[in-house]
Ligand binder design. Structure first.
Ligand code: ZN
Length: 425
């Protein structure tokens, strides 16, 4: 991170550090600070970011704006988490690394796109109306993917304490396919990092959990025919909701059938829904798949208060999922859990989610109780006849999906690992 770069004020209008921080966020940060002071947890979780990624800037009303990352970095700072974690130096992804997940044509297109500008504007829209590019965007996209690779390298190195961590990056990546930028995403950061982990460290089975409110269509497509990668996406689905993909029936192709798992949910899903998905779908799948590393496309646009997502997961809910996934990672793959920021458009809320996720990892890694949080009970958001009484309405689609699992993946042992049932309480 380069502390001399002070671009937040100029690039994001009035949104300097702290201007988005709510009273709730401050009290969360101070509680975390107090918890850190009472516990010695130094360097056991890794963080990577770079303020240079704030220079990726488009239309003034665009939701994917620098204030998102600026607020995350601010709350990581005031919560003491930045100082408590191992801060990994950022780096840019190389062209060869990008080519493991993207076509040459696409990589060239992104690097050439910086010069394509709209008349009278500092940015262009060479990939469609949603996905802007300014002069710094190709470098920012190279940093965004490179930061996640740096996280993986740090966590895989024997000499470092941390085996898990988070890359706080932008632009996001999960909508970018092999040959196309899409939905604010230029390069698919997680897909490039999965390939890096496989190539560099010889991993045979890698799991990707995508909890962004939008379907991770780019990642889905990149790994659709690859049975070395279990791709799991839970997302809001509706005919008018972007990107309009991610049906339960989309289970992967040829020998990888069953290794793409899509859980479409209704608008408004919340903590209880994600809790059921974790307990009844993700845990049994992981138990069967036995991953050697788990990546998370950690978008926070399913959080309550997000202007795009319209859902009700709480920051505590994201922290709880992180704890579950860390326990799975510790059980199967020496704690290799790598979170990468995707979407999420309420700066204050996504920063609170980040604080919860990072603190949850510290808590789990060190077997310590955190400042405890209550999960808010979800209210069923719609009515589906035939939904089992114990299952929230949003999960009606997932119930159907469970039947598909038996067909394609032959999963048994519900409801998953006993140690996670304890967490689910
Ligand atoms: Zn999203």
């Amino acid at each position: 991170m380069n502390p001399e770069l002070s671009v937040v004020g100029e690039t994001a209008g009035a949104s300097g550090p702290g201007s988005h921080t709510s009273a709730r966020a401050r009290s969360r940060a101070y509680a975390t600070c107090a918890w850190l002071e009472a516990n010695s947890v130094k360097d056991s979780v890794a963080l990577v970011s770079d303020e240079a990624m704030l220079l990726h800037l488009g239309p003034s009303n665009h939701p994917e704006r620098p204030a998102r990352l600026a607020e995350i970095l601010h709350q990581l700072e005031i919560s003491g988490l930045r100082a408590a974690c191992a801060n990994v130096p950022s780096r840019k992804v190389t062209r060869d690394e990008l080519l493991t997940a993207h076509t040459e044509k696409h990589v060239d297109h992104v690097f050439a796109s910086a010069s394509v500008k709209k008349k009278g504007k500092d940015y262009g829209l060479p990939f469609g109306p949603d996905t802007y590019v300014n002069e710094q965007s190709p470098d920012c996209a190279a940093l965004s993917a490179g930061c996640l690779l740096a996280l993986v390298d740090h966590c895989m190195a024997d000499e470092n304490i941390a085996t898990c961590g988070m890359a706080c990056v932008r632009p996001p990546g999960h909508h970018a396919s092999q040959e196309k930028a899409c939905g604010f995403c230029l390069f698919n950061n997680v897909a490039v990092a999965v390939r890096h982990a496989q190539k560099q460290y010889g991993l045979q089975r890698v799991a990707v959990v995508d909890w962004d409110v939008h379907h991770g269509n780019g990642t889905n497509d990149i790994f659709a025919e690859d049975d070395s990668v279990l791709f799991f996406s839970l997302h809001r689905y509706g005919s008018t909701f972007f990107p309009g993909t991610g049906f339960a029936e989309d289970v992967g192709k040829s020998s990888a059938r069953g290794f793409n798992v899509n859980v479409p949910l209704d608008k408004g899903f919340g903590d209880l829904d994600v809790r059921h998905i974790m307990q009844y779908l993700i845990c049994p799948l992981m138990e069967k798949f036995e991953p050697e590393a788990i990546f998370v496309s950690a978008g926070f646009d399913a959080v309550r208060g997000d202007p795009l997502g319209d859902c009700r997961v709480t920051p505590e809910g994201f922290g709880w999922m992180t704890r579950c996934l860390y326990r799975l990672a510790r059980h199967f793959c020496q704690g290799r859990l790598f979170l990468s920021l995707e979407g999420g458009y309420n700066p204050d809320m996504i920063a609170q989610c980040t604080v919860e996720c990072v603190r949850s990892m510290l808590q789990e890694v060190n077997d310590l109780a955190g400042p405890e949080m209550e999960l808010v009970p979800a209210t069923p958001c719609s009515s589906h006849p035939g939904t089992p009484a114990s299952m929230p309405a949003c999960l009606a689609g997932a119930h159907q999906l469970l039947l598909l699992f038996f067909e394609f993946f032959a999963v048994g042992n519900l409801p998953g690992l006993a140690f996670l049932v304890v967490l689910a309480g």
